[in-house]
Design a protein around this ligand. Structure first.
Ligand code: NAP
Length: 309
């Protein structure tokens, strides 16, 4: 499989272009053994909430990105994010809390010359949900991300001590100013999501980011059915169970679809149309693997078999 370098010819790292215009590229070139194992490279996109926005079903999480012991390690993190973008992943998830803002700085460096090709999601920390603090946090995030707008700005965790109306009015002002495009929440129950929706006067809650994986299926009881019914995107965090890759997915299914266990976990977690996942990786091989995890779909019986494994 090949693709022609188009808009992504602007991608470069430290002055070295990654793709040349018009040239045909074979994805996953750097490791042929993995290329055979991964096989396919189709990146899939899904609608964000009820909007017309398309975000990649497999995004990139940036928790722990920004924690580094050397400049080499930092450069490796930038390189990994850029490889993900080059593969077609457009959704990058970060937060002001991650590595005390350094995650946003690394993301900012990775996207600075391809800003329009990516969808940046960040989060305001639970301690900053009063009206003026939301705006202050957003401006600091914009500076670290080196951008004039955040695509999706999420409330990281609910804070019962701050009226949601106060937080949401600040969020709507940020939309009016063009500092953010969409409003989302994270770690909100159905009731909290409904309260946040009701507190908005002219915008919608487009997403709720919650933990969801083969190892943690709590979201299936209420949040997933609510999101499916109301067309709110469920952004699955820790979709690889924080690196505890399952050993119990039936081998016959993995072999049939030529998937690794990690790919099968990402495939499984995104089986509902309303779900996208944001695995974190700073390993280029893992990123390539993750990007290629949803080009096939298990049948219903296989999903059940994996769920029960
Ligand atoms: N909203 C919230 O409260 C919240 C909470 C937690 C996380 N999050 C978001 O969700 C993102 C992902 O969650 P997470 O970082 O907790 O865990 P995760 O994505 O489930 O797992 C990450 C771990 O899996 C490894 N990994 C990635 N791809 C792999 C592959 N193909 N094969 C084997 N191992 C692989 C990574 O190592 P390598 O880097 O070496 O590949 C890393 O150790 C975060 O980065 C963050 O953006 C949000």
């Amino acid at each position: 499989m090949t693709y022609k370098a188009g808009a992504l010819t602007r991608l470069s790292y430290r002055g070295t272009p990654l793709l040349a215009p018009g040239k045909l590229y074979v994805p996953f070139l750097h490791d042929n053994s993995k290329a055979r194992r991964i096989g396919r490279s189709t990146v899939e996109f899904r609608q964000l909430g009820r909007t017309n926005e398309k975000i990649s079903t497999i995004g990139m999480g940036a928790w722990r990105i920004g924690s580094y012991r050397s400049s080499d390690e930092r450069e490796g993190q930038v390189r990994a994010l850029r490889r993900g973008i080059e593969l077609g992943i457009n959704h990058i998830d970060t937060a002001e809390m991650y590595a005390s803002g350094r995650s946003e700085e690394v993301v900012g460096e990775a996207i600075k010359d391809v800003r329009k090709d990516v969808f940046i999601a960040s989060k305001v920390a639970p301690g900053n949900l009063h009206h003026d603090d939301v705006a202050k946090s957003c401006r600091a995030s914009l500076r670290r991300l080196q951008t004039s707008y955040i695509d999706l700005y999420q409330v990281h965790w609910p804070d019962p001590n701050v009226p949601i109306k106060e937080t949401m009015s600040a969020m709507e002002e940020l939309v009016d100013e063009g500092a953010i495009r969409y409003i989302g929440v994270s770690n909100f129950s159905v009731k909290e999501t409904e309260d946040a929706r009701a507190a908005l006067s002219k915008n919608e809650i487009v997403s709720n980011q919650v933990e969801y994986s083969l190892a943690n299926r709590y979201a299936e009881s209420e949040i997933l059915p609510f999101c499916a019914r109301e067309k709110v995107t469920l952004i699955a965090y820790s979709p690889l169970a924080r690196g505890n890759i399952s050993h119990s997915i039936p081998k016959a299914i993995l072999q049939k679809y030529q998937l690794t266990p990690a790919q099968a976990m990402l495939n499984w977690v995104t089986r509902h149309e309303q779900v996208v996942a944001i695995p974190k990786s700073v390993d280029v091989g893992h990123l390539e693997e993750n990007a290629a995890s949803v080009s096939v779909r298990f049948d219903a019986a296989e999903y059940e078999e994996i769920s029960a494994a």
